[in-house]
Design a protein around this ligand. Structure first.
Ligand code: ADP
Length: 538
């Protein structure tokens, strides 16, 4: 390639890469000289056969093409055809010393952008400048159009996902609600044996937990989306967590009846199985994967385990796996399922429940914890989901004992008086019934002001259970006022928000402890017991 870059005085700083289709070297030099004279820096290549034109187009990007019309064995018309065939959009200026008006018109129709006579090149530079601007405009327009099309497709995809998510959510929420409302109504209105009532209540309980899991998923999802997911790392024992999961999932119908064999493989010895990570989130991810494995496996095997591995840089990780012999996942869906709301079956004929959030949440949690996710799967044979977590034995001290163990003890608080601050009747009733077997005297306040009044006037009170969302005065403010009057008076906060910061806010307001709704009865009673004991020792 020849390069003529010396600037002429008239230059207004245009540099072009020119493909010159011209058989005559002299004509080419005259043309280049003309451009130079007009102040254009030219990098050019001269070609004059079909093969060399194609080569030049393949090898380099050109700003402009100037082509002679008549050449021995090749002509400008054929060159134009190559451009069309290769779908190349470059300004194409035809020059000729011989052809007439009709050929010129035909040339323009075939895609040339301008047509000039060799003996009058005064129009050449203005034509080049104009064509460069127009080419840029065409490119911008094309780019804008492409961007618009992508944006439109994204909007349509997001709309489609939203509708499919809403339909799925509606179904997923209604399914457990159907059981809860249906069985509760049966218990209330029909005459049943005691066993039936117990059985139906268990189903209500299970459905309620199912609903709670769904709400927690949605909640986690929105925290992840807004970047507010909080990680709380502690030292955990992998084996103990697997033991707990083994018990929980052992209750699954398919496992209980032996249709699926659930195996846990623990590679490390107890005591040497510590990992520094977020306990709750780690369990959540593993539970989600095991739950999926059981859901998508009709019969056979689900195996859970882990092993130590190193990455390419020599860093230590533990790789966990959940392997099943279930339906498997088609290859083209193996990445997609980690996206939010995505499921292999996205139609109304779905055989499996689920909102399509679990894996996307798990993936993000593992990334937050410094690990990676992947899946291997074969349709009809099964899937293995893997995730890694950083493993650094150096940083691990002793595994602490779990601080708070919920128990199923029977308490006798016949000497105690508890104030329950709760505006919603059914919630009050629930607390009152949970406390019934303890023989505690239970009284109620329906708002914060009444709570403060009762604390002031009733000297027999031992404890306040404070709902946080109350009409008039919030539970936090009521607690502050109660604590101002009597700093040692125990207050247990309960809230439906269950936000990660709620605990801190409750404690800052002066509450002695915090429990989220829905209430776990044994945990609730243990917390009350701890607070009553603390009060006694004061
Ligand atoms: P959900 O289970 O609520 O649909 P997930 O995000 O957990 O949502 O999973 C997304 C999809 O990935 C599932 O709907 C299913 O199509 C597929 N999938 C997940 N785990 C498995 C598995 N173990 N076997 C087969 N398919 C699975």
């Amino acid at each position: 390639m020849k390069s003529i870059s010396k600037k002429m005085p008239k230059s207004d700083d245009i540099s072009i890469k020119l493909l010159l289709i011209e058989d005559s070297e002299n004509d080419a030099l005259i043309l280049i000289y003309h451009l130079k004279k007009e102040g254009i820096n030219v990098e050019y290549e001269r070609v004059y056969s079909e093969v060399t034109v194609r080569e030049a187009l393949k090898n380099k990007k050109w700003d402009i093409v100037i082509s002679d019309y008549a050449m021995p064995g090749f002509d400008g018309g054929e060159a134009l055809k190559i451009f069309k065939e290769m779908d190349i959009e470059i300004p194409f200026i035809m020059i000729s010393g011989t052809i007439g008006e009709d050929v010129a018109v035909q040339t323009m129709r075939n895609g040339a952008h301008d047509y000039l006579m060799k003996d009058n090149l005064t129009r050449l530079v203005p034509a080049i400048k104009r064509e460069l601007i127009e080419a840029k405009n065409r490119r911008d327009k094309k780019k804008n159009l492409a961007e618009l099309i992508i944006a439109k497709e994204r909007a349509e995809e997001s709309d489609r996902l939203k509708s499919s998510f809403l339909a799925t959510m509606s179904h997923e929420l209604r399914t457990p609600l159907n059981s809860i409302i249906g069985f509760a109504e049966l218990i209330a209105n029909d005459i049943f044996s005691y066993e039936d009532v117990v059985e139906n209540s268990k189903l209500i309980y299970q459905s309620g937990h199912h609903l709670l899991a769904l709400i927690n998923d949605m909640f986690d999802f929105s925290l992840i989306e807004s970047g507010e997911l909080k990680i709380n790392k502690t030292e955990i024992s992998i084996n103990k967590i697997l033991d707990k999961l083994e018990i929980d999932f052992g209750r699954d119908n398919k496992v209980r009846t032996g249709v699926i064999k659930l195996i846990f493989e623990k590679d490390f010895e107890y005591g040497k199985d510590e990992l520094y990570t977020d306990n709750i989130k780690f369990r959540q991810v593993l539970s989600n994967l095991i739950g999926n494995a059981l859901k998508f496996t009709e019969k056979g095997l689900v195996k859970v385990g882990y092993k130590a591995i190193k990455d390419d840089a020599g860093n230590n990780f533990i790789e966990f796996f959940v392997k099943d012999s279930g339906i498997g996942i088609p290859e083209n869906m193996q990445d997609v399922i980690f996206e939010r709301f995505r499921q292999v079956e996205e139609t109304h004929t779905r055989r499996f429940g689920g909102a399509g959030l679990g894996l996307s949440i798990s993936k993000r949690i593992i990334e937050f914890l410094g690990g990676k996710n992947r899946v291997e799967s074969q349709v009809g044979k099964g899937s293995t989901f893997y995730f890694t977590l950083p493993f650094d034995r150096e940083s691990i001290k002793e595994v602490p004992e779990i601080k708070f163990v919920a128990d199923k003890k029977l308490y006798n608080w016949s000497e105690k008086k508890i104030l329950v601050v709760e505006d919603v009747d059914s919630n009050y009733k629930l607390v009152e019934m949970m406390l019934r077997k303890t023989n505690a005297k239970v009284i109620r306040a329906v708002n914060g002001i009444e709570a403060i009044e009762k604390c002031k006037s009733d000297k027999e009170l031992d404890l306040v259970i404070m709902d946080i969302r109350l009409p008039d005065l919030s539970g936090y403010d009521a607690t502050k006022r109660i604590k101002e009057m009597c700093p040692d008076f125990p207050v247990l906060a309960q809230t439906s928000y269950a936000l990660s910061g709620d605990r801190e806010i409750s404690l800052q307001a002066g509450c002695d402890d915090y429990i989220p709704k829905p209430l776990d009865k044994s945990l609730f009673l243990s917390k009350i017991n701890a607070l009553l004991k603390k009060k006694n020792t004061q």
